[in-house]
Design a protein around this ligand. Structure first.
Ligand SMILES: [Ca+2]
Ligand SMILES: [Ca+2]
Length: 237
């Protein structure tokens, strides 16, 4: 029994080692759009590879059409979330790549990496995800035609009106004009509903309540990390 437990432990340790797409060309991703979750922890550099903080993982993607495609490496909100780097390259070897685009900082807290490339149908692009100064951890890679960087909302003012929470907010985006953003709001775990600033969110009782606001841009990118404001509401309307 002791031997079996030891063997299982070793299997577990092996699974926590380098990601499966650590070495170029890594994992194949396909299609006009998609999303995949991955990890840069324990990733290693290869001789001659582009500067990706020494924690590179790789994806190979063949463009299904000639168009602009956006790629986004989005870290989560967990304690071990990385500050990602993202590069798009062409070429056949990890030490002979030509950079098409590169991004360090993007997104709501500048830890994500978002880029767009003018892709040619049938050309294979290599996407490398790394981390600033070796920062590593879990992230999500998404891609779609156009661009994939979600907008960012800021709650600029909040006011308690009895059992209601009134919020003023504004949004910004890399490509969509502020006036063309759409917003959704909710109170606590309620359903998202279209809203404009200022919004009045009604609670059924007093106590601590949290209002959330998220934006969607013209390319359908929904803010992943909504802004929120928590207030103690009064028991009476
Ligand atoms: Ca690597
Ligand atoms: Ca956008």
């Amino acid at each position: 029994m002791g031997v079996l437990v030891t063997a299982l432990t070793l299997v577990g340790l092996a699974a926590a080692a380098a990601p499966g797409n650590d070495a170029f060309p890594g994992a194949v991703i396909a299609g006009a759009s998609g999303t995949t979750s991955a990890m840069t922890a324990e990733a290693t550099p290869e001789t001659g590879e582009p500067a990706l903080g020494g924690v590179s993982v790789w994806y190979a993607w063949e463009a299904p059409s000639s168009a602009t495609y956006g790629f986004c490496a989005t870290p989560g909100t967990a304690w071990n979330s990385p500050d990602t780097l993202l590069g798009a390259y062409t070429g056949s070897g990890v030490d002979a790549l030509s950079e098409v685009a590169f991004n360090d900082d993007g997104g709501w807290d500048s830890r994500g990496s978002f880029l767009s490339i003018a892709a040619s149908a049938g050309t294979t692009y290599h996407l490398g995800v790394g981390g600033f100064e070796g920062s590593s951890g879990p992230f999500t890679l998404t891609w779609k035609e156009g661009e994939c960087q979600p907008p960012d909302t800021s709650i600029t003012q909040a006011r308690v009106k009895g059992k209601k929470l009134e919020l003023w907010f504004e949004g910004s985006d890399d490509t969509t004009p502020t006036a063309d953003l759409t917003f959704e709001c909710r109170l606590d775990t309620g359903a998202w509903a279209p809203c404009t600033s200022p919004v009045l969110l009604a609670a059924t009782g007093g106590g601590s309540h949290t209002g959330y606001v998220r934006a969607t841009d013209a390319n359908g990118n929904v803010e992943a990390f909504p802004d929120s404001d928590t207030r103690a509401l009064h028991g009476r309307a």
